[in-house]
Design a protein around this ligand. Structure first.
Ligand SMILES: CC(C)[C@H](C(=O)O)[C@@H](O)C(=O)O
Length: 958
């Protein structure tokens, strides 16, 4: 069933606020055994759960929980479920949920897609079995026997051409070697028995996920990562981990690093090196650490002296590093941006960064499929930022929890790539794991000719496009949640509060907390209004601003700059930033800046009094000198308006680039349509150029650091690889301790640990930073006695009981669980968690538990009396004080096993080295353009598999 938008009115003034919407969506759980089938209809009579309440339950209902015995080892050789050895002519086994049949008489083999869902003894949906190594081993033994008996050639022929393939493989039959060997057969097996995890018609997400399955075992599913973007904030501890374990970076050729968060955006005319350029010591240290690490581990790096440097999510697409159908990760929540290309792209924590650096894979659970369909023509003055703010206002910041959102519909199809990226970028603010848009001609045109896109002259471009064209959802594919939106209902949209879901049309007024039915929501709105210095009922257009910020990974692309420049042009020749307003424009990359300058856009901005700056994250988050002072109000194109995000006490209103320009010109939040008038095109005075005109200029890299690397000046060798360890975390069995009661919804990771503490190179020493802005008075630095963390006995709390949903939303910073851990908290109970935070907890031996609201209220009451709770992970119960009984909880069995045994993910994954290598062979054969970045194509050798310590540094440029 689908969620239908109630925004059936047209016109701009009637857009309901978030609170109107959230109360008008209802869901009932469906009857089938599918994953949480829903009935989202705007009628208040349908059930009694809000959409947010549904979404909040996501982490407790992972899609593919696989039950294993309590004492089950992580890699089991004894599972023999569904294995039957060949009796005579037919060999049948079950591999990763698909029944595989091998007919030895005809020499043909086929994979039968079965519904991979089974109902277990509890009546719950369970994914049908995983890889059964005994079955594979049996098959291999049999093949060995066949080889010996001369039948293998016939078999190989049959296997190569007789199997159904993933769409990607249809035009690329795997080459048949002259003499079949066991290793050849090994390399053939995984591609052709590639699991189809989803039966029947598949979504875009299903397809990309399926195509990247490396291994699916006893609760752990590994997917291959095609593209890894690295920046200075979330990588130092990851590289340190590699160094300590003596592990190299597995695929330097699939890894691209740059600096963005910490760097000043002031003029680089006199830039020599970071030591002299970056004044703030912690920022300098973090950028310096990355520069050291890229040299030590042999990674491609765009440093501050390189025009290709920029925000990590701008440079990936710009270079053609981001491609359709790929998996893309980065230690940054806005990695969802890359989904605009039909890539499966998501943010990860630092432990996962280390995992990807070491293994090029990630353990993953399959997410739910959610579709947001936007139909119709956007009203004048609106663009993709308005679409995505409208969507988040509608679904809430937890609306996409546990799901990958596919954006579809005629409105989305009509958008440029830049506009699509802004939408996918903010899907994380809607709580989604990722956002995706099916690639189409607009995508292909954007990518054609980019430095790292497949080349035309060797035929790869055509092959790639043919594959990319298969990446749309099949008709009839199943979505767990569907949302319908009419473009005509969207107005220029801004935020009024301290969450991206606090949206309102620019024509609207500040909502009244008194209208909120939920007391927690009401309290949250009151606090937001107080923080923002706003009154209920205040007309949005009468709110005065102090600063205007145009930039960020959401809106720092060429088209964003053009649309803001158009507004300035529309205001007339003498357009000027309003008196007393500071307005800044920060292009997303050096190449965007260069293109804008070639188009004359910089002149338009500068003439109007805007500050024209160098590329970086800038005021999106105050990790660099661009910050708001307390109580300053900013019209911002960034993505988060959390408390203190742009500077302690700063007040952020999110909006589109055009709306920011309008606000800068008037000094107030302004409806851009009043400036644009009827005919936008008339005002355009920009010489449009093509991005491709700027690629050449970027070669060779002028960056002295890159030059060092190229010249091989760095003598440090990559660390030697050692046998993987698999036990590295403190074991979690039974945790007894004081429980801290909290009632805050949407606790974001900026709240758990603000940006100034992210500049560390360590994982420890962050206890004081936990909930810093709530715990300490910003002016005096003294403890706030009202905050529970500062009260006895909670200073010694080990368990956090929060009755508010969507805990840990926002940024991917693993510093959040590190800070809580360092404070002493090892277990967090909440109605729901944001995906990345949830994952990050397990990587640190911490246990996040999802419980129903009523049980949380009970435990919250217990905690409020200062008594201890006991979390017994072995028995999956929480024991209440004074023998008042126990509350059972669910936890994924594999994760539980790892926590109890203190198992380290990387060690476990490296035990699947053979499968990773097989996947890589198949990937090289099927998608050769994904290997080796650009430099390999210039004649270099494509490094695949673990890299051995080089004698001389590899050439890292292209
Ligand atoms: C620093 C990084 C971990 C963080 C993120 O994950 O989003 C940042 O980019 C942000 O926007 O808060």
């Amino acid at each position: 069933m689908a969620l239908r938008s109630t925004s059936s009115t047209s016109g701009v003034s009637s857009k309901p606020s978030q609170s109107d919407f959230s109360s008008s969506y209802k869901t009932t759980k469906g009857e089938s055994n599918d994953v949480m089938p829903l009935n989202y209809l705007p009628s208040p009579t349908r059930g009694n759960e809000t959409m947010a309440a549904y979404a909040e339950s996501a982490p407790s209902t992972p899609l593919s929980p696989i039950r294993i015995p309590d004492n089950h080892p992580p890699q089991c050789q004894n599972c023999s479920t569904a294995v039957s050895l060949p009796a005579a002519a037919m060999f049948t086994t079950t591999v990763r949920g698909a029944d595989l049949e091998l007919d030895l008489e005809t020499g043909r083999q086929r994979t039968v897609r079965l519904d991979n869902v089974a109902i277990d003894e509890d009546g719950e949906r369970r994914e049908r079995t995983a890889v059964h190594w005994l079955s594979i081993a049996s098959l291999l033994l049999y093949l060995l026997y066949l080889e010996a008996s001369g039948l293998a050639a016939k078999m190989t022929q049959a296997m190569t051409f007789g199997l159904p393939r993933n769409p990607a493989h249809q035009d690329t039959p795997i080459a048949t070697p002259p003499a079949p060997t066991l290793s050849f057969l090994l390399s053939l097996l995984p591609p052709d028995i590639m699991p189809v995890a989803t039966s029947g018609p598949r979504t875009l997400y299903d397809k990309v996920f399926d195509d990247h399955l490396v291994y699916s075992g006893e609760g752990d599913t590994l997917i291959y990562i095609d593209r890894h973007l690295v920046h200075e904030v979330t990588s130092p501890q990851a590289f340190e981990g590699l160094r300590n374990a003596k592990r190299p970076v597995r695929r330097p050729d699939c890894t691209l690093a740059t600096v963005d968060h910490n760097i000043p955006t002031s003029s680089r005319k006199s830039f020599k090196n970071i030591e002299t350029f970056i004044a703030e010591p912690d920022s300098r240290a973090q950028v310096g650490a990355l520069e050291h690490n890229v040299k030590e581990f042999g990674l491609t790096y765009f440093g501050m002296g390189d025009r290709r440097q920029g925000i990590v999510h701008i440079i990936g697409p710009e270079q053609g590093f981001t491609l359709p159908g790929t998996t893309v990760v980065c230690g940054d929540s806005h990695t969802s941006t890359h989904g605009a290309f039909g890539a499966l792209a998501f943010g990860i924590g630092t432990s996962e960064v280390e995992h990807v650096l070491a293994t090029q894979t990630l353990p993953q659970k399959k997410s739910k499929n959610m579709r947001i369909n936007v139909e119709g023509e956007l009203p004048q003055g609106c663009n993709s930022k308005d679409i995505v703010l409208h969507i988040i206002g509608l679904i809430g910041t937890a609306g996409g929890n546990g799901a990958v959102i596919e954006f579809s519909g005629s409105t989305i199809r009509a958008l440029s790539m830049e506009a699509r990226m802004s939408i996918c970028n903010m899907s994380i603010e809607g709580g989604a794991r990722a956002g995706m848009i099916a690639p189409d001609e607009i995508t292909f045109k954007y990518l054609e000719g980019r430095p790292l896109a497949p080349r035309k002259d060797n035929g790869e471009w055509d092959r790639a496009v043919e594959y990319w064209k298969t990446l749309s959802s099949d008709p009839g594919a199943h979505y767990d949640v569907e949302v319908e939106i009419r473009a005509e209902d969207i107005a220029p949209t801004i935020t009024w509060g301290t969450s991206p879901q606090d949206t309102v049309a620019i024509t609207g007024v500040v909502p009244n907390p008194a209208d909120a039915k939920d007391p927690i929501r009401k309290a949250g709105m009151e606090r937001a209004l107080q923080y923002m210095g706003l009154q209920a009922g205040e007309v949005m257009e009468k709110v005065k601003i102090d600063k205007a910020f145009l930039g960020s990974c959401t809106n720092g692309r060429i088209e964003d700059l053009r649309s803001a420049a158009q507004v300035i042009a529309a205001r007339g020749k003498d357009a000027k930033v309003a008196d007393g307003i500071y307005a800044m424009v920060v292009p997303g990359s050096g190449l965007v800046k260069q293109q804008a300058e070639a188009e004359g856009i910089d002149v338009i901005f500068k003439k109007a009094g805007f500050d024209w700056r160098e590329a970086g994250c800038s005021m999106c988050l105050g990790m660099n000198p661009d910050q708001l002072s307390p109580q300053e109000r900013c019209a911002s194109t960034s993505n988060r308006n959390f408390e203190g995000r742009q500077g302690a006490g700063g007040r952020t209103h999110l909006m589109s680039p055009a709306m920011v320009a309008a606000a800068a010109l008037t000094g107030y939040l302004t409806d851009v349509r009043k400036i644009l008038g009827e005919n936008v095109a008339e005002h355009a005075d920009i010489k449009i150029t093509q991005a491709s005109e700027y690629f050449d200029v970027a070669k060779p890299a002028p960056n002295p650091i890159a030059q060092d690397t190229l010249n091989g000046d760095n003598n440090s060798a990559l660390p030697e690889e050692v046998e993987p360890a698999s036990a590295g975390l403190p074991k979690f069995t039974v945790l007894k301790g004081i429980a801290i009661p909290l009632s805050i919804p949407n606790v974001d990771t900026d709240m758990i640990i603000p940006k100034q503490f992210l500049k560390t190179l360590e994982r420890t020493g962050l206890g004081k930073a936990a909930f810093f802005e709530r715990r300490f008075n910003a002016k005096t630095g003294e403890e706030n006695p009202d905050f529970v963390f500062n009260q006895e006995p909670y200073r010694n709390g080990k368990i956090l009981v929060n009755t508010g949903a969507n805990f840990g939303c926002g940024s991917s910073r693993e510093h959040a669980p590190w800070a809580l851990n360092d404070f002493g908290i090892r277990c967090i109970l909440a109605p729901s968690f944001a995906d990345i935070f949830f994952n990050n907890c397990f990587k640190n031996g911490m246990l996040p538990i999802v419980l129903p609201q009523d049980q949380l209220e009970t435990l919250h009451a217990d905690a409020s009396t200062g008594q201890e709770l006991e979390v017994d992970l072995e028995n999956k119960v929480i024991n209440r004080p004074n023998g008042q009984g126990s509350i059972p909880f669910n936890v994924d069995d594999f994760r539980r096993h790892c926590l109890i045994n203190g198992l380290d993910d990387i060690g476990l994954t490296l035990q699947h080295r053979a499968e990773i290598e097989q996947f890589e062979s198949r990937r090289s054969a099927t998608w050769p353009w994904l290997d080796g970045l650009g430099y390999a194509k210039q004649g270099g050798k494509v490094p695949t598999g673990p890299v051995s310590p080089p004698k001389k540094q590899q050439k890292m440029d292209w």
